[in-house]
Write a protein that binds this ligand. Structure first.
Ligand SMILES: C[S@@+](CC[C@H](N)C(=O)[O-])C[C@H]1O[C@@H](n2cnc3c(N)ncnc32)[C@H](O)[C@@H]1O
Length: 165
């Protein structure tokens, strides 16, 4: 049986593998990247280190990140994602080249319920050809689930794509 340490390590290794894959797959796209859940800012810092030429818009209810990993105010969307995702769709449309969601806590059932709730809010934000990486299984209608890249652990990370039209 996996220990909590095993699960944590698997999640971190999977996030990195899936983010690197998704960044590479969407490198030719110019639309912004949406980071849902800043937390300490580790994944934001990773994305920022590896991406040039695309804005990274961060969605968070309360910023409490490491100082090195804090996005500028003009690229921070403060509030509950259930409010801010629909507002962003109304303002910008389906432009995101990559969406990364790491919004969950320790309760798996709660994480799953929240993933079901926000899936229809996330889906329309993605541009054709764009990728979505999530720490929780999502429930999309039109996005296809992709095989995990090398290094990612099944069930610890999920990757989806909006078909290119
Ligand atoms: C697990 S942490 C993210 C960790 C981050 N990926 C990192 O590498 O440091 C989850 C974050 O999502 C935020 N969050 C959770 N639910 C949210 C919601 N409904 N609206 C906005 N932010 C939320 C929490 O405040 C928390 O900071």
């Amino acid at each position: 049986m996996s220990s909590r340490l095993d699960l944590f390590i698997d999640r971190m290794v999977s996030q990195r593998a899936c983010l690197d894959y998704a960044i590479s797959e969407t490198a030719g796209m110019g639309g912004p990247i949406y980071e849902l859940g800043l937390g300490n800012g580790r994944t934001y810092h990773h994305i920022r280190n590896r991406v040039t030429g695309r804005d990274i818009l961060v969605f968070e209810r309360a910023v409490a990140s490491h100082p090195d990993s804090t996005p500028p105010p003009e690229l921070t969307v403060l509030g509950e994602v259930t409010d801010t995702l629909p507002a962003t769709l109304a303002q910008r449309g389906a432009v995101a080249s990559l969406i990364h969601a790491d919004l969950g806590g320790h309760n798996r059932a709660k994480n799953d319920a929240f993933a079901r709730l926000i899936s229809p809010l996330v889906e329309p934000l993605l541009a054709p050809g764009g990728l979505m990486v999530s720490s929780d299984r999502m429930y999309f209608d039109a996005l296809e689930e992709l095989p995990l890249p090398t290094g990612a652990v099944p069930e610890r990370c999920f990757v989806y794509r909006r078909p290119a039209g």
